[in-house]
Design a protein around this ligand. Structure first.
Ligand code: 5GP
Ligand code: 5GP
Length: 271
């Protein structure tokens, strides 16, 4: 009986150590958010969740363990299916911030299960259990408000009045905020700079560099941007990758910027 008990304890220790080992087997996370307008605006259709059309906001796609050499672990523990009870207190936040747009319509649980099984199990540790994994992703989304960052991008129209001429000349410049102010000071023009909408989901085309810069200005870190192609063959902003340390709580500069294809001017589709 005593022998059986000691074997049982040893087995428990081996299992505990194997969980710890799995948790160290990657270098950082990609935190990936998707723009629903781009997910839906392709040849494949999308379906709104059973809870209704999600808000016009970036939604979480996943929190993916990643290695610096570009490789990544996946499906690390086939025995760890997502247990709905473990995340019941997070369900309404997940429905809002991590909606599933694939068809057929679902509550989202299938998408969350897939992400947990494929990616979450590879980060499993004492801190990052099922609840910790989803909670970490929700907190990261709160920290990086991408839509707000893009709206605040500082693309503005300046109406300058040239005072050294008899005729008032109105010039219109579309410039980035700081450059605009410097320009107006240098040229000694009196300038009433007024902001127009920044980078918005209005089907407009925006400079890829300005999109990255706006997110860097707001979060402190340069993102990776992934585009997809709409039925008219326009390159449009689809996913934003940010890098996160292995605790799952702090954004970091990406050790490897994910290389995804985008044109230099990309559409930001309506949703
Ligand atoms: P896709 O082929 O559409 O880019 O990616 C399909 C799936 O593979 C993603 O949803 C994700 O689960 C996984 N994946 C693709 N690229 C990466 C990557 O760079 N890192 C990780 N960890 N997973 C990836
Ligand atoms: P990954 O590409 O991360 O391996 O996983 C994507 C899987 O989740 C696909 O099987 C896809 O059908 C499913 N899925 C469910 N809802 C969504 C969604 O809103 N966006 C994406 N990208 N995939 C979703």
């Amino acid at each position: 009986m005593r022998l059986n008990f000691s074997i049982f304890i040893k087995l428990l220790m081996i299992q505990y150590l194997s969980v710890l080992c799995v948790s160290e087997d990657f270098d950082f996370f990609y935190f990936v958010q998707q723009w629903p307008g781009a997910y839906c605006d392709t040849k494949h259709s999308c379906c709104y969740p059973r809870t209704g059309k999600p808000a016009a906001d970036f939604g979480i796609h996943g929190l993916w363990p990643q290695n610096k050499d570009g490789s990544y672990p996946q499906n690390c523990n086939p025995d760890s299916a997502l247990d709905e009870d473990q995340i019941s207190d997070l369900t309404s936040s997940l429905q809002k911030d991590w909606p599933s747009l694939s068809c057929p319509s679902s509550t989202g649980f299938r998408f969350w299960s897939h992400e947990w099984e494929k990616h979450g199990t590879c980060a499993e540790s004492e801190e990052i259990d099922q609840h910790g994994y989803f909670e970490a992703a929700l907190k990261l989304k709160e920290k990086a408000n991408l839509l707000q960052a893009l709206r605040n991008a500082g693309v503005c129209v300046c109406v300058c009045v040239c005072v050294d001429s008899q005729l008032f000349t109105f010039l219109f410049h579309v410039l980035i905020k700081e450059a605009l102010i410097r320009y107006c000071l240098l040229t000694k023009m009196s300038c009433s700079a007024k902001y127009v909408a920044g980078i918005q989901p209005d089907d407009g085309f925006y400079d890829l560099g300005s999109i990255k810069e706006a997110i860097k200005d707001a979060t402190g870190f340069t993102p990776g941007i992934e585009c997809n192609i709409d039925p008219s063959k326009n390159s449009q902003i689809y996913q934003v990758f940010m890098c996160v340390d292995i605790s799952g709580s702090e954004f970091i500069e990406c050790p490897v910027v994910p290389k995804r294809r985008c044109a230099s001017k990309v559409q930001f589709p309506k949703f």
